[in-house]
Design a protein around this ligand. Sequence first.
Ligand code: BEZ
Ligand code: FE
Length: 281
Amino acid sequence: MRNLNQHTITQAVLDRIHPDTNPRLKVVLTSLVNHLHDFAREVALTEVELMQAIQYLTAVGQKCDDKRQEFILLSDVLGLSMLTVALNNDKPAGCTEATVFGPFYVENEPEIALGGDAANGAPGEPCWVEGQIKGPSGEVIPHAQIEVWQADADGFYDVQKPELQQAQARAKMKADAQGRYYFKTIVAEAYPIPTDGPVGDLLHATGRHPWRPAHLHFMIKAPGYETLITHVFRDGDTYLDSDAVFGVRQSLVAAWVKQEADAKEGGATTHLHFDFVLNPI
Ligand code: BEZ
Ligand code: FE
C-alpha cells in the first residue's frame, strides 16, 4: 500500500495484523494503534514532540534496575496502575478493597512469629497491628499468609537504603487458626515517591507533589480466596485526598490510636486494628 495519509494509515497498520495472531493480542494491539493514532491526530503531534517522548521513555527505561522500577512509577503517577486495579478488583460488597502494589515489594522477606517484630531496627515509633482475616459470610479463614511492608520514619523503604544489610519494616507471618494476626512494627509516615528520575521531572513539570499518605502494605493469600493486595492508610494524613498515585479508598482508612506504652503489645505507643475480608474464588 502506498501514498498513505493521516486518514488512511491507521487501517493500513491494522490490516498488517495476521489473522492467526493470538486473539487477545489482536484486541489489545488494535485498540492501542487506534488510540495512539487518534491521540497523535488530536494533539497534532509534531516530529520534535515524538522524539521528546521517545527520549523520555528511553530515560525511564535507563532508570530501571533490579531495585528501581521507573516504569511502574510512571504507570502509578499517570493513574494507570490504579485504573487497572479498579478494573480487575470489583469485589462483592463487604470484601476489603484492593489498591496499588507499588514498586517496593520484595519476595522472601523474613518470616516472623505472630507477635514478632516486623520493623527489625527500622527507625520509627513502635506500633502494634492486629486484626482478623475472614470471608464475606463472617467465616474465619485460618492460617492465611500475610506479608507486610512499609516505609520507615525517614520516608524510605529498606530497598532504598543501599547501606542496609538486612530487611527492615517488611515481614511475612501466618494468621492463627481463628484467622487472627498481630505483630509489632513502626508507625507509617507519609513519604514522597522517588523524584530523582524522569517521573520526578514529569511531576515537577505539571505542578504535582510526590507525596503518598502514610500507609502499611498488606498482601494476604489463603487457599480458596483471591489474593488481596492492599494498604491500610492512617486517618488524618494530610495527603489522603491528593495521593500521588491515586490509591486511597475510604474503606482502607483506619484510626492509628495513640496509647500508653503497652508491655503486652511490645511497648507500642500506637495501636492499629484492621480486619480483612477476602473474596472467595
Ligand atoms: C508504594 O506505596 O510503595 C508506592 C506505590 C506507588 C508508587 C510508589 C510507591
Ligand atoms: Fe508504600
